[in-house]
Design a binder for this molecule. Sequence first.
Ligand SMILES: Nc1ncnc2c1ncn2[C@@H]1O[C@H](COP(=O)(O)OP(=O)(O)OP(=O)(O)O)[C@@H](O)[C@H]1O
Ligand SMILES: [Mg+2]
Length: 289
Amino acid sequence: MSFLTLNDVTFSYPNGFTAVENVNMSFEKGESVAIIGQNGAGKTTTVKMMNGLLRPTKGDVIIEGLNTKDYTTAQISRKVGYVFQNPDDQIFHETVKSEIMFGPKNLGFSEEKMNENVKKAAELTGLESFLDIHPYNLPYSMKKMVSIASVIAMDTGTIILDEPTAGQDSIAIKKLGSIINALVKEGKTIITITHDMEFVVTNFERVIVMANKKVVSDENKRGIFWNLDILEEAMLKQPHISRLSNTLNFNGKILDIDEMIESLKKQQAKKGQRKNDNNESYKQVSEIL
Ligand SMILES: Nc1ncnc2c1ncn2[C@@H]1O[C@H](COP(=O)(O)OP(=O)(O)OP(=O)(O)O)[C@@H](O)[C@H]1O
Ligand SMILES: [Mg+2]
């Protein structure tokens, strides 16, 4: 059995609108997966069912062997942490430290474990020197780090990041990549919703594409970003470098700049070889004449 499974899950909001329909997904321990898709595709609704904020209208969500139907949201939040799309929906304490400490305190961790977790989360997110500051006095990108740190401190087996790169500069985006890497190394399962295709290419292997309430593809990144039909159906674009290499007719399903350079070198080597071959033939022909 997988670490986290959604079995034929459908969700309708109280107003009757069905946002997610017959979705199946499963994740292994220590896996890191990106979920992509247009606005309104149903991504946030789907992940909110993974940590019990929403319960499926139909189907089952099984986390580490437990069906969310049989457990309270508080019980499920010990297993799955969710970083909200908007940090202002999550932050409500007066210092960064008390914000990060809230989760572990609530889970009844010992003083020692609580302090250890806060220290680790602050270190990973680069917030060590901001612990006494009011989170509302921090810029948006750092508020987002506070919301991430407060979920990391809960030490759940699964962490869901909803749009972590939105509103972040390139340094923060790099940092996010290294945070995800560090968490995966610890054996955490990381599920990240994002609209940032470059972030996906740099940090994930497996990608799930959602469109119009459903999963339309679940594949490795090369399979997704070079399946132009799927991208069109989901109204998504290839990463910049893939688009460029596609336009320039480069060989191979290129995803990033390093692969493009490699392909360019190979093409140049071939051209050089052809030039050498031509010189050789010219010599042979001259000798015969
Ligand atoms: N509380 C709600 N009541 C009714 N409909 C809702 C509610 N929340 C979301 N929806 C609708 O459900 C659909 C899916 O929303 P969801 O937030 O899951 O999409 P998303 O893929 O996360 O989009 P985005 O990329 O914009 O965050 C949308 O059409 C949205 O308007
Ligand atoms: Mg969303």
